[in-house]
Design a binder for this molecule. Structure first.
Ligand SMILES: [Zn+2]
Length: 388
């Protein structure tokens, strides 16, 4: 949709809603796809690549790679015996273990990751949850634990505890563009200031208390809090968004289904080629694994699309409910959720001295001056509306 300065305020509102709903639709799709993957993981199957030392025969069958597994076993043994990562990678090489034909020596980073990969004991870790795996273990739990205690001995934690400051990472300095960070003073007072990372900045020594920032962000949220009288107007706009969604999701489904058919055809041809003897067993196995994996991913996406479609309708209701109770809801939330909500609502947050600057995201920018817009344009809605 093309917006011009002459677009009516109603057109702008509908456009704003469409932008937001489209974003939510895509977020939902991603979330549902994730859930599909989670389901596979919870049944103990690897998604995508398997760890070094394993071979995936098909989406539901992973076996030990007899050529690579000894490398893994020896790495765990050496590290568990108290050698450093650097020492272990050299020792492996000296003992004749080859990581990969192109990289005979494993890097320290790769070795560290390998040694912390709990999947080697036969479980499947997905998003920090451990499920019983369908694959055989390469090392025992005991050997794995021993290696982990070596990590604890060797490595100090890299990051100190994050204090979960509510406005951390939200603003940049209006003068120099550096991040505004938070700091605790005298053990309990939270202050924000410019890092001054780009050199000279007069704001660097200016500290503003969290309280003062909080008041300004509270005001920002209060402004979008809508009264019931405005809701009807927005509901009308939401109805107009439905057509767009239908077109988008239909197109997506058709594309996915076409892709599915195309790969199925290829698999058919592959089998024919194999039977005719024009395609080797090795090539047949390679291709059929890869294409079946793609088919599986497409199925997950199609399932996700179905759910995202249902959720779309709830989204509109959610926007209205959010706006109805925005301030009250916001104040109830823990810091992390407050930050999420502010990011949803605002962008380009800056700090200039003690003053916070920000822009409202779509479609909230339309609601900010809702009353003045309505009064001013109620009688001539098709004429020039206010600029966002
Ligand atoms: Zn600065």
């Amino acid at each position: 949709m093309v917006l011009t300065p002459n677009s009516s305020s109603h057109e702008k509102l509908v456009h704003g809603l469409k932008v937001l709903l489209a974003k939510n639709f895509i977020d939902n799709l991603r979330e549902e796809t994730q859930k599909g993957r989670l389901k596979k993981a919870s049944q103990g199957y690897f998604i995508g690549q398997v760890p070094y030392g394993y071979k995936k025969l098909n989406p539901r069958k992973t076996i030990i790679d007899e050529q690579k597994a000894p490398f893994v076993i020896r790495a765990f043994e050496l590290y568990g015996s108290g050698l450093s990562l650097e020492h272990v990678r050299n020792q492996l090489y000296d003992e004749g273990f080859i990581y990969q034909p192109a990289h005979n020596k494993i890097s320290k980073g790769q070795l560290g990751k390998l040694l912390q990969n709990i999947n080697y004991v036969g479980v499947l870790k997905f998003k920090n949850v451990i499920y019983e795996g369908q694959h055989p273990p390469i090392v025992s739990q005991e050997i794995f634990d021993k290696a982990q205690s070596s990590f604890r001995k060797d490595n100090k934690p890299l990051y100190r505890d994050n204090h979960n400051f509510v406005f951390a990472g939200m603003m940049t300095c209006a003068e120099c563009g550096c991040a505004i960070i938070a700091e605790i003073k005298k053990g309990k007072y939270i202050y924000y200031h410019c890092t001054g990372g780009k050199g000279k900045c007069s704001q660097k020594s200016k500290y503003i208390s969290e309280e003062k920032l909080e008041k300004q962000f509270d005001e920002a949220v209060k402004t979008v809090n809508l009264a019931q009288v405005h809701i009807e107007y927005i509901k009308q706009g939401l109805k107009e968004c439905l057509k767009d969604k239908k077109e988008f999701s239909e197109e997506l489904r058709e594309n996915l289904q076409a892709e599915y058919k195309r790969i199925e055809n290829r698999l058919d041809k592959l089998l024919v080629g194999y039977c005719d003897g024009t395609i080797s067993t090795q090539l047949y196995n390679e291709k059929s694994i890869a294409w079946n994996k793609t088919l599986e991913e497409i199925n997950i996406k199609l399932d996700a699309l179905r759910v995202a479609n249902q959720k779309y309708y709830d989204e509109g209701v959610k926007i209205i409910e959010t706006l109805k109770n925005a301030y009250w809801l916001y104040k109830q939330q823990p810091n992390e959720e407050k930050r999420k909500f502010l990011n949803y609502l605002l962008s380009n947050c800056t700090l200039n001295g003690e003053k916070v600057g920000y822009d409202y995201n779509l479609p909230f920018s339309y609601f900010v001056n809702f009353d003045s817009c309505r009064k001013k344009y109620a009688c001539r809605d098709s004429n020039a509306g206010p600029s966002a």
